[in-house]
Design a protein around this ligand. Structure first.
Ligand SMILES: Nc1ncnc2c1ncn2[C@@H]1O[C@H](COP(=O)(O)OP(=O)(O)OP(=O)(O)O)[C@@H](O)[C@H]1O
Length: 620
C-alpha cells in the first residue's frame, strides 16, 4: 500500500496536469464500452418498438460519438500514460541518484545485498513508479467497467450478474494463482538472468576481449552464458505450459457461460420476455465483465511485480546515510599541524578480518609521508579512511586535532587531491577528464593546461585530433552528446589512450586541485614509462615543498626522498623513519629496497641471479 501511495505522490509531483488528464482519460476509457452497450440496446429497442425517429436518430448520433471516442480515447490515453511515465521516471531517477550521492562513504557500494537492490532499482531507470501508477489506474478502470456491466446485466435479469460473477470466480482465482507463480518465478530467475547478463557483458566488453582471446575462454564463457539461458528458458517453458492448460480450461468455462447466456437470451427474446436491445446488452455485458475481470487480474499482477521492483527503489531512496554525519559539523580549516591516526582499528565487515590493527601514525603538515608495505598490508585502506570513505571501528583520525567524524565530509574532501590506485577513465573529453578534479576550473583552459603540463599530459593531449576537446572513448562518438546527434552515424569516433596516458590524466586531475591541503598519490606512476616517471616525480618534488603529501608506491626509489617513511605490515606500523634510518635498521624496508636495487643492478652471472630471485620468491 505504501508503494502505491508513494507512486501516486511521485506522479502528482512530476506533473499534476498529466496525472489528472491520465486519470480522467482512464475513467472515460472505462465508461465508454458500458455507455456504448447501453446506447446500442436503446437504439435497437427504439427501432424495434417503433419509437419516434427523432429519438432513434439522437441515439444513433450518440452511438456514433461513442464509437468516435472508442477509436480516439485509447490512443490519447496511451500517450498520456507514456508521458506520465516519462515524467515520473525522470523525477524518480533524479531522486535515486541524489540519494546515492548522499551516501557519504563506500560501505553501501560494497554491501552485496544493498548493491543488488540498487541495481534492481537502477535497472528499471526509475520507470517502475510510472508503471505502478498506470497499473493502479488500469485496475481502477477495469473495476469501473466490470461494475458498469454487472449493473447492466441486472437490468436484463436479476440472476444473470450472479451467474457471470460465479463463472468469473474460477477464472479470476486461476489468473491470481498464475500471477503469483509468475512473480515467484521472476524472483527465482532474477539471479540467473543477472548471471547471464554478466556473461553477455563480459563477452562484449572491450577490456575483457584481450584476455578472452589470449586464453581462448570465449567458448567456455559462452557455454556458461547459454547454460543460464537454458535454465531460465526451461523454467519459463514449464510456466507457460501450466498457464496454457489453466487458461484453456477457464477460457472454455467463460465461453460456456457466454454461450449459455446467449441461448437463454435468444429464447427469452423469441418468447417476448426480453427485447432485442436486452439481447445485445447481455452479449456485450457478459463479454465486458469477463474482459474486465481479466484486465483486473492482469493489472493487479503487473502492478504487484512493479511494486516489488518499486520496493527496492523505496528502500534505496529511504536508506539513511551509511556513515554518521555530525548534525553541526565543525568547519574544516586549512591543515596547520597535521593528521594523526590514533590507535585505528578497521575491518570491512563486522565479522571479517582486521585490516588495520591499532595504527598510530602522524602525517605532519608540510611534509611528505611515504607509505610502504607488501600487497594487502592495508595502505589503500588507510587512505580510504583518511578520505572518510569509512570510519574506523576503534580509534580516531584527527585533522589538526579534530576527529574526522566531526567534520563535514564534503568540506574535508574539498581539501584533498588524490590519485587512487584504481583511478577512473572517463568517457569524456581530455579537458573534462582533467576538469573533473575541480569543477570550478572546468572552463578554465589555462588551469587545465597547467595541470596537464605538471602531469606530463600536455604533449600527447595537444597531439590528439581535437586537442583538449578530443573525446576519449571507444564507446561514444565525438559530439554525440550534442542535440540531434544521438545516433552517432557519420560521427568521428572517440580516441583511445594507453594505460600510462590515462594515468597521466588522472594525475593532472589531482594537480588541478594542487592548492588543496593534502595530496594523496596511491601508486601514481605504476603505468608510466621511465622518462615520464622521472619528470613527474621531479614535478611532484618541486610542488611538494610546504604541502602535505601521502605517497604510496612499490617503487621505492620514488618514495625514498619522503620526509617520513612508514612501513605497514599486516595492518600495523612496523617501521618508521627516514630512508637512511630504515636502511640502517635492516628491517622490512631495507629488505624490500635491496631486493629492488638488486633487480636494477648489472648481474655478475645472470643465471645465478635469476635462480636467486626464484628462490626468494619461493621463500627458500
Ligand atoms: N572493499 C573491500 N572489502 C573487503 N576487503 C577488502 C576490501 N578492500 C581491501 N580489502 C582487504 O583489505 C586488505 C588490505 O587491502 P589494501 O588494498 O588496503 O592493501 P594494500 O596495502 O593497498 O595492497 P596493494 O599493495 O596490493 O595495493 C586486503 O586483505 C584486502 O583483501
Amino acid at each position: 500500500m505504501r508503494g502505491i501511495i508513494e507512486a501516486l505522490r511521485l506522479s502528482r509531483e512530476a506533473s499534476r496536469l498529466y496525472t489528472a488528464v491520465f486519470a480522467a482519460l482512464t475513467l472515460l476509457t472505462a465508461l465508454v464500452p458500458v455507455v456504448t452497450a447501453w446506447l446500442t440496446k436503446l437504439l435497437l429497442d427504439a427501432i424495434t418498438t417503433g419509437a419516434d425517429s427523432g429519438r432513434a436518430l439522437r441515439l444513433g448520433v450518440a452511438l456514433a460519438v461513442a464509437g468516435l471516442l472508442t477509436g480516439l480515447v485509447p490512443h490519447v490515453t496511451r500517450f498520456a500514460s507514456a508521458e506520465n511515465e516519462r515524467r515520473i521516471g525522470l523525477l524518480a531517477q533524479e531522486r535515486l541518484f541524489t540519494v546515492a550521492e548522499r551516501f557519504v562513504g563506500m560501505a553501501r557500494f560494497e554491501d552485496p545485498v544493498f548493491l543488488d537492490r540498487m541495481r534492481m532499482a537502477l535497472q528499471h531507470g526509475g520507470a517502475t513508479p510510472g508503471v505502478v501508477v498506470s497499473g493502479v489506474l488500469s485496475v481502477t478502470g477495469a473495476v469501473i467497467t466490470g461494475l458498469g456491466f454487472l449493473g447492466s446485466l441486472l437490468v436484463v435479469s436479476p440472476w444473470m450478474p450472479v451467474l457471470v460473477l460465479a463463472s468469473a470466480v474460477p477464472v479470476l482465482s486461476t489468473e491470481m494463482w498464475l500471477a503469483r507463480r509468475r512473480a515467484s518465478l521472476h524472483w527465482r530467475l532474477s539471479p540467473v538472468e543477472r548471471r547471464e547478463m554478466f556473461y553477455r557483458n563480459l563477452l562484449t566488453d572491450p577490456q575483457a576481449a584481450k584476455e578472452i582471446r589470449l586464453f581462448g575462454v570465449g567458448a567456455y564463457l559462452r557455454g556458461r552464458m547459454s547454460a543460464q539461458r537454458r535454465r531460465s528458458d526451461g523454467e519459463n517453458r514449464r510456466m507457460d505450459l501450466r498457464q496454457m492448460r489453466a487458461q484453456a480450461l477457464t477460457g472454455l468455462l467463460g465461453a460456456a457461460v457466454a454461450g449459455g447466456a446467449l441461448v437463454w437470451a435468444v429464447l427469452g427474446a423469441l418468447a417476448g420476455r426480453i427485447t432485442l436491445g436486452d439481447v445485445s446488452l447481455l452479449v456485450a455485458a457478459v463479454a465486458g465483465v469477463q474482459a474486465a475481470g481479466l484486465a483486473l487480474v492482469r493489472g493487479i499482477a503487473d502492478s504487484h511485480r512493479q511494486l516489488l521492483l518499486f520496493g527496492h527503489y523505496l528502500q534505496v531512496t529511504s536508506a539513511g546515510s551509511d556513515l554518521p554525519v555530525a548534525a553541526r559539523p565543525r568547519p574544516t580549516a586549512p591543515l596547520r599541524r597535521g593528521i594523526v591516526f590514533r590507535d585505528v582499528w578497521f575491518r570491512y565487515t563486522p565479522d571479517g578480518p582486521w585490516v588495520l590493527r591499532g595504527v598510530d601514525l602522524t602525517i605532519p603538515h608540510g611534509r611528505t609521508v611515504g607509505l610502504i608495505g607488501r600487497n594487502g598490508a592495508g595502505k589503500s585502506t588507510l587512505i580510504k579512511l583518511l578520505c572518510r570513505m569509512y570510519d574506523p571501528e576503534r580509534g580516531a583520525i584527527l585533522w589538526d586535532g579534530t576527529d574526522l567524524r566531526d567534520l563535514d565530509p564534503a568540506e574535508l574532501r574539498a581539501r584533498i587531491g588524490a590519485v587512487f590506485q584504481d583511478y577512473m577513465e572517463y568517457d569524456l573529453t581530455a579537458a573534462e577528464n582533467i576538469g573533473l578534479g575541480d569543477l570550478s576550473r572546468l572552463r578554465d583552459p589555462d588551469r587545465i593546461t597547467a595541470a596537464a603540463r605538471d602531469a606530463g599530459a600536455h604533449g600527447f593531449v595537444t597531439a590528439l585530433p581535437r586537442s583538449y576537446d578530443t573525446l576519449l572513448s571507444r564507446i561514444f562518438f565525438q559530439g554525440d552528446e550534442a542535440e540531434g546527434a544521438a545516433d552517432g552515424t557519420g560521427e568521428e569516433a572517440g580516441v583511445a589512450l594507453s594505460g600510462g596516458q590515462w594515468q597521466r590524466l588522472a594525475l593532472a586531475r589531482a594537480h588541478l586541485r594542487a592548492e588543496h591541503d593534502l595530496m594523496i598519490l596511491d601508486e601514481p606512476s605504476s603505468g608510466l614509462d621511465a622518462e615520464a616517471e622521472y619528470r613527474i616525480h621531479r614535478t611532484l618534488r618541486e610542488r611538494r615543498a610546504g604541502r602535505t603529501n601521502v605517497l604510496i608506491s612499490h617503487r621505492l626509489n620514488t618514495v625514498r626522498e619522503a620526509d617520513v617513511l612508514i612501513v605497514l605490515e599486516d595492518g600495523v606500523v612496523a617501521e618508521r623513519g627516514g630512508h637512511g634510518e630504515l636502511m640502517a635498521l635492516g628491517g622490512i624496508y631495507a629488505d624490500l629496497f635491496r631486493m629492488q636495487a638488486e633487480g636494477y643492478a648489472e648481474p655478475q652471472d645472470p643465471a645465478t641471479d635469476i635462480l636467486e630471485l626464484l628462490r626468494r620468491k619461493a621463500g627458500l
